[in-house]
Structures are given as C-alpha cells and as structure tokens.
Design a protein around this ligand. Structure first.
Ligand code: EPZ
Length: 420
C-alpha cells in the first residue's frame, strides 16, 4: 500500500494549476445515461473516483472514450441498468446512476452504498423522492431495485440538505412527465454545474443554486459539450497548505467565487488573498503571515463553510496562535484526523461534534494513517509544517480526490515523495 513521505519546514511558493471538480464531474458523467447522443466533457480531473465511475458506466453498455481530461460518453448502447456491489462499495457516489437509469430505462438495480469512515450516509432521501415521482422501489439483498413506466413530476421536499440526493432527483426529473419542484435543495456549485450541463442537453431547469429547483420534464435530451467547473475543495486545500507554511502561492484555472466562506476564514487567520480576473482565466493569490491566528469554524451546507474543508482547517488551527472551536454539523464521524494530528503533537479535544483546538508552537513528524479523502489532506498540511519527516499511510484515499498531488506540491517547493 502506498505511503507518502513529507519533509516538513518548507514554505510553499510559486504557482499551481487546479483541476476540474471531482464532485461536479461524478454526477455529470451519470447525466450521459439520459440521452442516446454523445456527451463530451472537458476539464475532467484524472482521479481514481472518475476511473471507477467510467468503469461502472462502461459495464452498463456506455461507450467511453477518454483522452486526458476530455471524456466522451455514448449511452446509445445502454443495456444493463445495474450497478453491482463490487463496484459501488468502492465509491458511494455510484448511487448517482440511480436517478438517470430510472428516468431513461424505467428500471434500475443499484447496490446500496455501504457506509464509510465518516458516517452511515444513508440514501433514504434519494429513494423517498423517486418514490414520490412514481417509481416502485424495493430494497432487497443490499440493492435498490426500482421500476416505473414513466416518472411523473412531483413536489419533493428533502428532510435535510443532500447534495447527491438533489442531483439524483434533478436527473430523474428532467425526463419525467410534468413539473418537479425540489424544495430544500442543495445549493452547492456542483449542483449548479450539473444543472448547466443538463440545460445544455435540452433540459428545462430553473432555480439551481437556490433551495427551490423547478424542472419541466421533456421527451428526450440531446448530446452536448460541457466544461467541468474548477475544484473548489482542491483550491481550498492548497490555500490552506500555503497558509500553514507561511507561504505565498498563485493558483490558476480556478475561481474564488465558490470559496467565500473559506477565503473569509483564511483572511481572519491573517492571510492576504486577492483574485486576478481576466476574460480568459481567473487566479487566486495568497500570502500568509509567519504564524496564523486561530479561527473557529462551523460546517454547514453551501454557502456556509464546507465540511470538505474541515480537516484542512483543523490542521492549520493545530499550529495557529490561540484556541479554536470546530463544529462538524454534516457528518457524524468526521474527526478521525484529530487523533492522527495528535500523534504529530497537536492539542485537540473532541466532545461529540465539537473539537477544541489549542494551537501549539511546533509539530513533530511521525507516521500517521489516512482515514478518508479530506482527512488525508489535513494530514499532508500538518506534515508540511511538522519538524522532520512525516509518513502518511493508506494514501489511496488521497488518490481518489487530488490529481497529481505530489507533483503539484513539489512544484510549490514541498519535499514530498511516494513510497510504494
Ligand atoms: C456530497 O456527499 C459530497 N460527495 C461529499 O464530498 C460532501 O462531503 C457532502 O456532499 C456534503 O457537502 C459528492 O458530491 C460525490 P449529503 P453526499 O447527501 O451527497 C445525510 C468528498 O470528500 N443524508 O449532502 O453523500 C448524510 O448522512 C465527499 O468529496 C441522509 O441522511 O452528502 C449527511 O449526514 C465526502 N439521507 C447529510 O445528509 C440521504 O438520503 C449530508 O449528506 C442523504 C443524505
């Protein structure tokens, strides 16, 4: 199993180009199931999760062509609306094929995604919404088995804000008979990117980005070409890495537009952040002070502070001046990185969904274990500033969501290498 070896103490400086957003690309790849015509996507990140999703679609009969960050999908040959357990268990986002398969084929058999390290992560809202749209759904032998003659538009209300739940129901609704209204919808930018792609394919959607999304069902969708939005979590991760090391970096191919909550907190911590905008691109420049001030955070659905940036901020608070409170309100078990950070010398006390972080003057390198994708990012940030060497085990988690992370960090001046 691969490990990452990091030698701490190097300020990050220089430039890095951000990749397309994993959490926009995953639902948008599934949108290809909704049409018999080719869907071409650009700026698709080259990540393990993307590879897993392409394999899942290919075994359904979707023709997949991939050339670097350009992916073309042709679902005219879709003949197997099945997502088997062996594939779904490695990636929970596989549940995103459910809505499109029911809409396109009138049937689907999708393995229930198991829980994962950060929580039980049920999909009851996905099922509740599809049932309200007229799907007959049974959950048997670990599979969601759905069938319908044709979905009909309905007024849907999700009990909590769910990103993939909103995405699944929006994709189901685009071919339904009549109007669907999704209330309490997720407002994440990745939901908007999916809606923009579906509209380019001929769907009729309004309100994406607000908590009420209206979809007028149409008879069929056509092919399109769509560029995946930049990855705001990758961007926030590199901003935090530079902030923790007292560095100065410029991130290109990305936008600060979707990171207000994160940028605000980094500025509260003492960083100087500005964006460069031109007709062709946008960049973010961050300059960090020698030592950050501790900042308290509370995760919540967009546009509030994203849960996917919580571990990264725990890492920068571990070394900041003062005490911070971190509240995780989205997932029930997303503090596993705290005990690993403590192995590096961090002073963190956990009480339920609240962590109290007392900034220390120095962390010392050690061997630590990654438990989930974003926890891995938090451990990397800590390793970049810990004295001596830090070895991070189980970094397959990292490869799911961060494209070429060693190369990008090394280009910014970090000493990091992969140990097989
Ligand atoms: C998406 O997960 C992201 N994944 C996650 O990113 C992200 O952390 C999460 O949204 C929150 O922003 C993708 O987009 C592929 P939810 P998702 O449904 O959709 C509960 C990463 O690191 N819930 O918004 O699975 C759920 O348990 C990943 O890239 C139900 O109870 O999250 C959680 O407590 C990690 N029933 C809360 O709602 C449901 O039917 C929010 O979950 C659905 C959700």
């Amino acid at each position: 199993m691969d490990k990452l070896l990091i030698e701490g103490g190097h300020r990050l400086q220089g430039e890095a180009e951000m990749s397309g957003a994993k959490n926009a690309a995953l639902p948008i790849l599934c949108a290809a199931l909704l049409t018999r015509e080719p869907l071409t996507l650009t700026n698709v990140p080259q990540l393990n999760d993307i590879g897993t999703m392409l394999k899942l679609l290919a075994q359904m009969g979707v023709a997949v062509q991939r050339d670097g960050s350009v992916v073309t999908l042709d679902a005219s040959g879709l003949d197997n609306p099945l997502a088997p357990y062996e594939m779904v268990k490695t990636m929970r986002a596989s549940i995103l094929v459910l809505g499109p398969l029911v809409a396109r084929c009138g049937e689907a058999k999708v393995s229930l995604p198991g829980g994962c390290a950060i929580g039980a992560r049920p999909v009851d809202q996905h099922i509740k919404g599809l049932t309200a749209m007229g799907a007959d759904i049974a959950v048997e032998h670990g599979y969601v088995v759905a069938r319908t003659s044709r979905l009909r538009g309905a007024r849907l209300f999700t009990d909590m804000v769910t990103v993939t739940g909103t995405e699944n129901l929006m994709m189901a609704a685009v071919l339904a008979d009549g109007e669907t209204v999704i209330e309490n919808a997720a407002r994440e930018p990745e939901v908007v990117d999916l809606a923009n792609c579906l509209v380019a394919m001929g769907a009729r959607i309004s309100g994406a980005g607000s908590d009420v999304i209206r979809i007028q069902g149409v008879e069929r969708l056509h092919g399109a070409t769509h560029r995946i939005m930049p990855d705001r979590i990758e961007t926030g991760t590199y901003l935090c890495a530079a902030a923790a090391t007292g560095g100065e970096i410029r991130l290109t191919g990305t936008s600060a537009a979707y990171l207000d909550a994160v940028v605000d907190k980094l500025m509260d911590a003492g960083c100087d952040i500005r964006t460069e905008k031109s007709p062709s691109f946008e960049a973010i420049v961050l300059r960090a002070p020698r030592r950050l001030k501790a900042v308290s955070i509370r995760t919540a659905p967009y546009p509030a502070f994203p849960t996917d940036m919580q571990a990264q901020f725990m890492a920068i608070n571990a070394l900041a001046e003062g005490t911070s409170i971190i509240r995780e309100t989205i997932f029930e078990n997303r503090f596993m990185h705290a005990v690993e950070l403590a192995r590096l010398g961090a002073d963190i006390r956990i009480d339920g969904n609240t962590a109290v972080v007392q900034g220390v003057a120095q962390l010392d390198g050690a061997t630590v274990m990654a438990t989930d994708l974003r926890a891995s990012a938090g451990l990397i940030i800590a390793g970049l500033v810990a004295r001596g060497e830090t070895v991070i085990e189980r970094i397959y988690h990292l490869d799911r969501g961060y494209e070429r992370i060693e190369q990008k960090l090394a280009a910014l001046g970090a000493t990091v290498r992969r140990l097989s």
